[in-house]
Design a protein around this ligand. Structure first.
Ligand code: FEO
Length: 397
């Protein structure tokens, strides 16, 4: 896409990636992703904030030359070093050899480690300012672990514009417009939930710390490294991040996550879903772990307060696709959920124990004792699933 003006001083010089199938090699990108980069032009100096993935370096350089002509940007400010943003650094430095790389102490060790650059660098500290000329003052705030240890945000004080790195970003390429008020943002909010739950979800405590650190900063514009620039819906995206990072469910719906080989565990899940619906739960999402990508299941688990995990035992352990989900929520420390567990087996019951072991580590208190099915689930087992689903519904409706 073309470079776009966000304000008189701030230009969008990012790119769309509509080719990569899986972000970080794991997370599906059905609508692509944008790598956002910005060019700030002050009266004295010009600065690039954040880069793009290496394959898009020439496109980004083209955007910069279209705005600056023969002038060289003075600074490359790096808020976050993950290669989806730093991959273009080596080519940017070749194109603009006089440019100074700006980052905090951790950033600069990573710049050297990834790209062998240790010359013409400027280390900045928490709270330090950098002027690009009159009326263009940048302030740096360290926000470690949102999403890597070196992450920081940059604030253009005079325009109350926050360059937030991954925070407030989402999957989904930008379809023509860059700023939220120029587009229908409906498709980006679910993609922010998926991005957060997949990638940032483990670091909720650090996101909370960053939100508190920035609580008194007046913000008129948020420029993240992925997805729309936020101007008209800032309160909504900040509220969403606050809820997600404090593990607050977004609604009283239920995620039913199950694995099944021959349909027996699925029958248990279906019985529970019917009971939930009868009891008035309206938002029920069911996922066969062998069919739906983990990325979408994690997003649902971060959305809904209710969670049912149903799985067979497999090779004396937990059915692997469900194991991947349970390990993923444990890794992310998901909590504040109302949880039920169903297990199914033929001769050796292991699934329930493994699931419960992970639930203990995320401090979840199951709504009721697990339903334990042996071989085909008869009427008695299916009634247990329904009864326990009713107990879950009572906590939600
Ligand atoms: Fe968009 Fe953590 O990189």
């Amino acid at each position: 896409m073309k470079a776009a003006e966000i304000s008189g001083k701030v230009h969008y010089i990012g790119v769309n990636d509509r080719v990569t199938h899986k972000f970080e090699g794991m997370w599906p990108l059905p609508a692509g992703v944008s790598y956002n980069s910005y060019l700030l032009v002050g009266s004295d100096k010009a600065a690039i904030i954040d880069g793009v993935e290496s394959a898009y370096a020439l496109e980004q350089i083209g955007h910069i030359k279209a705005i600056l002509g023969d002038r060289c940007p003075d600074y490359l400010i790096i808020n976050h070093m993950e290669p989806d943003h730093s991959g273009a650094i080596a080519l940017l430095m070749q194109a603009f050899p006089g440019m100074t790389v700006v980052g905090n102490a951790i950033t600069l060790t990573q710049v050297e480690g990834y790209y062998g650059i240790n010359d013409n660098v400027l280390a900045v500290k928490d709270g330090q300012e950098l002027s690009l000329g009159e009326g263009t003052t940048l302030k740096f705030t360290l926000t470690p672990m949102v999403h890597w240890p070196e992450t920081m945000v940059t604030y253009l004080q005079e325009e109350k514009t926050l360059f937030s790195g991954d925070a407030f970003g989402c999957f989904g390429a930008l379809n023509g417009a860059v700023v939220d008020s120029d587009m229908d943002t409906a498709r980006y909010f679910p993609e922010m939930l998926r991005y957060y739950s997949n990638i940032v979800g483990r670091y909720g405590m650090f996101v909370q710390r960053a939100l508190k650190k920035l609580a008194d900063v007046e913000i008129d514009v948020i420029c993240p490294t992925h997805g729309p620039v936020w101007k008209s819906r800032i309160a909504e995206v900040v509220d969403l991040y606050d809820k997600l990072s404090s593990y607050t469910p977004l609604d009283n719906g239920v995620t039913i996550v199950y694995g099944t080989m021959y349909g027996n565990t699925q029958r248990m899940a279906e019985a529970a879903a019917e009971a939930l619906a009868r009891e008035g739960v309206r938002d029920i999402e069911m996922f066969n772990c062998s069919v739906t990508d983990l990325s979408h299941i994690l997003a649902a688990a971060f959305r809904h307060r209710g969670l049912i995990i149903a799985a067979p035992t497999y090779s004396d352990g937990l059915f692997p696709p469900v194991k991947a989900f349970v390990e993923a929520i444990a890794l992310r420390g998901l909590k504040n959920r109302e949880v039920l567990v169903f297990g199914s087996h033929t001769w050796s019951q292991r699934a329930i124990d493994v699931i419960n072991g992970h639930l203990e580590s995320i401090v979840a208190e199951p709504v009721a004792e697990a339903v334990n099915n042996r071989q085909a689930p008869g009427q008695k087992v299916l009634d247990q699933c329904r009864e326990k689903a009713c107990l879950l519904a009572a906590r939600l409706v």
